[in-house]
Design a protein around this ligand. Structure first.
Ligand code: ZN
Length: 349
């Protein structure tokens, strides 16, 4: 009964925000944050980061890369609140980038909410057939329900996480030129302190859940992603989060030499940032990333074929961007990524 009440209240709130605020968001143009041509995209050391929308990224160098969970289907808010959701395979095929020269070996999933996981099984089957899907146990139960052939391509991470500042396991990809570590995190509230779709997916579904409310998040996971140079040492380090978190949950662990390396890029989630105290300021101040990408900023009840607009109510970019600028390291840069755009970064030299 309580769950039904929360569901109705949240649906109505979301609907009000969508109706009342859709035209009132901060009309900010996505900003590449650097002048075109300032980075040589042909440099073999360059790391390319393509924003796929929501928290999806294609991150690659030298023909090897990984994905973070993309979303293209963007079901309408009525379907999310009261109806059925399914992957829009036509839209996925239209928008998924044609990167045949990049071998994708992993899809990293932060948590099992539909806006991160809905399209993952189809993308894995159709577009990245060699990739292993990494995520929590709830992610595994949902992915396995989508297609039994994905069961053997799923890696559950709960037992190999970095926790309380202690390192977890490294997973190596791409002839050991890329590695990543999963980090215990949590998931901040969505609105008015209310956090929806909490808990674990426990039942064995026979197909993808049709109700968005069945996509319970499981443990939220952040990731540290390293690109390794010819000497086997980290030369570019990314910290990735697909949801807000209560610091230090989700933060990079303390590593010993020779694994110590400054963050070259922090990818943070924008939506509902103000629901937590000082997010992601503590991360920026304590870990000093050289670059920051502000992801999960655009409305995901809206077709990605339309021009992106900030998530109604929860992006609050007019406040967020000054807050980010206040907390940035002096030498750092930030950008608000445009869905589909590729950004290129070089290791510090
Ligand atoms: Zn979520």
């Amino acid at each position: 009964m309580k769950q039904l009440f929360v569901r109705i209240v949240c649906s109505m709130l979301a609907l009000l925000f969508a109706l009342n605020c859709a035209g009132m968001g901060y009309r900010v143009e996505p900003d590449p944050g650097r002048s075109p041509g300032s980075v040589n995209v042909m440099d073999p050391e360059a790391v390319h980061v393509q924003y796929l929308g929501t928290s999806g990224f294609l991150i690659y160098r030298g023909g090897h890369g990984l994905l973070t969970a993309p979303l293209y289907s963007n079901p309408h808010i009525f379907k999310v609140g009261f109806g059925r959701i399914t992957p829009d395979t036509v839209r996925i095929n239209r928008l998924y980038p044609d990167q045949q020269d990049v071998k994708i070996e992993a899809i990293l999933v932060g948590h099992a909410h539909y806006d991160h996981l809905l399209d993952v099984p189809y993308v894995a089957l159709r577009h990245v057939p060699e990739a292993v899907i990494y995520g929590n146990a709830s992610v595994a139960r949902i992915v396995s329900a989508a297609d039994s052939s994905l069961i053997g391509r799923m890696k559950v991470l709960e037992k190999q996480l970095s926790r309380e500042g202690r390192p977890g396991s490294w997973f190596y990809l791409a002839d050991s030129t890329i590695r990543f570590m999963a980090i215990e995190s949590d998931h901040g509230p969505h609105a008015l302190g209310i956090h929806v779709m909490q808990g674990e997916v426990r039942t064995g579904f026979k197909r993808l859940p049709r109700s968005a409310w069945a996509w319970r998040e499981g443990m939220t996971i952040a990731y540290l992603i390293d690109f390794l140079g010819p000497d086997g040492q980290t030369d570019f380090r990314i910290h990735y989060q697909d949801a807000t978190s209560h610091y230090p949950l989700g933060a990079p662990p303390s590593l010993a030499p020779p694994e110590i390396h400054r963050l070259d890029l922090a990818i943070v989630a924008v939506g509902s940032w103000f629901q937590l105290p000082d997010y992601p300021g503590k991360l920026l101040r304590n870990h000093q990333p050289r670059n920051i990408i502000l992801a999960h900023w655009e409305g995901f009840f809206r077709s990605p074929l339309k021009a992106p607009k900030p998530i109604p109510y929860s992006a609050r970019l007019r406040s967020f961007i000054p807050y980010i600028e206040e907390n940035l390291p002096e030498d750092a840069d930030w950008l608000l990524p445009r869905p589909g755009a590729v950004y290129t970064f070089l290791p510090a030299r």
